[in-house]
Design a protein around this ligand. Structure first.
Ligand code: HEC
Length: 101
């Protein structure tokens, strides 16, 4: 009797596990993407304070220009990463902990 219950529970868990695994992974929150990208790509040449100081002072177009400039300096960002970083930097408020920790 106990075995049957255990097998039953295992089956339920197995089915649930398969169903979960089949689902697309939820996107990580934008702040997390932002934060890890800046830590990975932007602090090779200058402190994050450079970036922190600029938060809330640039339009999307201005951020795009800045990032293009960084890439010209040698920052290694794919087209996709440049778009993502521009998007997140232009949406972060001044003093955001994502950049200014
Ligand atoms: C290869 C080196 C390099 C990398 C990597 C780099 N930067 Fe820069 N960054 C520079 C240099 C050089 C300056 C100084 C330019 C100046 O004197 O104004 C600068 C200045 C800045 C400034 C201040 C000037 C402005 O345009 O407002 C910001 C903001 C900035 N960087 C953001 C970033 C971000 C965001 C990243 C990551 C996507 C990044 N940087 C990666 C070289 C780099």
């Amino acid at each position: 009797m106990r075995n049957i219950i255990i097998i039953g529970i295992s089956l339920v868990l197995l089915t649930a596990g398969t169903a979960l695994a089949g689902k697309p992974q939820p996107e990580p929150p934008p702040e997390a993407v932002c934060s890890s990208m800046i830590n990975a790509k932007c602090i090779r040449c200058h402190y994050k304070t450079r970036i922190c100081d600029a938060l809330g002072t640039k339009s999307v177009r201005q951020w795009k220009k800045s990032i293009t400039f960084m890439v010209r300096q040698g920052a290694e960002l794919t087209e996709d990463e440049q778009n993502k970083v521009v998007e997140c930097l232009s949406s972060l408020p001044q003093g955001s902990q994502v950049v200014c920790d």
